[in-house]
Design a protein around this ligand. Structure first.
Ligand SMILES: NC(=O)c1ccc[n+]([C@@H]2O[C@H](COP(=O)([O-])OP(=O)(O)OC[C@H]3O[C@@H](n4cnc5c(N)ncnc54)[C@H](O)[C@@H]3O)[C@@H](O)[C@H]2O)c1
Length: 267
């Protein structure tokens, strides 16, 4: 049975991933800072068919929490098959309005949280000569849309880290999958830190407008992992935008600039 640790599994995509693995009979460690929602995820996983599900307090900004999590999986399961670095928060707004403290907050969770998760499990995976990372980035990390500088930079970093590890750790039979979803409905807007009223108003609408649910995306991630892919873009429209950026960069840039003018209320 697959043994999987998922950060941020108390809500949204992390919970959907926990349930997707639970439906396959996996052992699931729900790692989060929200104990109440974490306990709900555990109950849901057991009801969905998990062989085992447990909650562990894990703050991705704390290296010692990852050390404890690695000790937990060694002690309870004798190892780990999949480490999902999913925990994340939302932030952004107009560039000059994002102060250092907001940059640090977001990068500590969305980028360094993934770095810490990968580093902690790499030691175990190398010793096992097996394992897989699933790192939840975002289309923001590939397309870099306006008024999301800190989020874009963090997610581009997750894509870069994942691509690096997909090569560097291959000799130990360790796979790395970077996932780049566009917007979909979760509780992500609860974490939003912005000084920009327009962004505050826009995020819930953007999350609600998705054609894919968290469950759709979670199932797609498990399929992409089984196929041995390194980069997974669940949303068809985002895949088209990514192709446009690669093949018609000037047209793509014009589109981003048009979005920025609209946001700024300028022609
Ligand atoms: N929802 C979207 O539209 C969208 C799009 C692209 C990428 N993503 C990414 O998907 C991932 C999951 O987000 P979601 O949309 O499910 O949001 P969510 O808010 O529903 O879930 C995020 C979870 O992360 C946990 N978390 C936050 N800070 C933490 C910390 N320091 N340590 C441990 N856990 C922490 C929260 O408690 C929560 O349970 C994030 O990395 C997010 O950036 C989301």
């Amino acid at each position: 049975m697959t043994r999987v640790l998922i950060t941020g599994a108390a809500s949204g995509l992390g919970r959907a991933l926990a349930l997707a693995w639970a439906r396959r009979g996996a052992r699931v460690l729900v790692a989060d800072i929200n104990a109440e929602r974490g306990a709900e995820s555990v109950q849901l996983c057991m009801a969905a068919g998990a062989t085992e599900a447990a909650y562990l307090h894990l703050d991705v900004t704390q290296e010692r929490d990852f050390d404890s999590a690695m000790a937990w999986v060694r002690q309870h399961w004798g190892g780990l098959d999949v480490m999902v670095n999913n925990a994340g928060v939302a932030g952004g707004g107009s560039f000059e309005g994002i102060p250092d403290e907001d940059w640090h907050w977001l990068l500590e969770i969305n980028l360094m949280g993934v770095v810490r998760g990968c580093r902690a499990a790499t030691k175990l995976f190398k010793a096992q000569e097996s394992g897989a990372f699933v790192n939840i980035a975002s289309m923001a990390g590939l397309l870099n849309p306006p008024a999301m500088a800190s989020y874009n930079v963090a997610k581009a970093g997750v894509v870069a880290l994942s691509e690096t590890l997909a090569a560097e750790l291959a000799p130990w039979n360790i796979a790395t999958l970077a996932v780049c979803p566009s917007y979909f409905q979760t509780n992500l807007n609860e974490s939003l830190r912005t000084r920009d009223a327009a962004m505050q108003a826009a995020l819930p609408k953007l999350l609600a407008g998705s054609e894919l649910s968290a469950d759709d995306i979670a199932e797609g991630i498990l399929d992409a992992l089984a196929r041995g892919e390194a980069l997974y873009l669940p949303h068809p429209r985002a895949r088209a935008a990514w192709q446009q950026k690669l093949q018609e960069p000037a047209a793509f840039r014009a589109e981003m600039q048009a979005q920025a003018r609209k946001l700024a209320g300028r022609r």
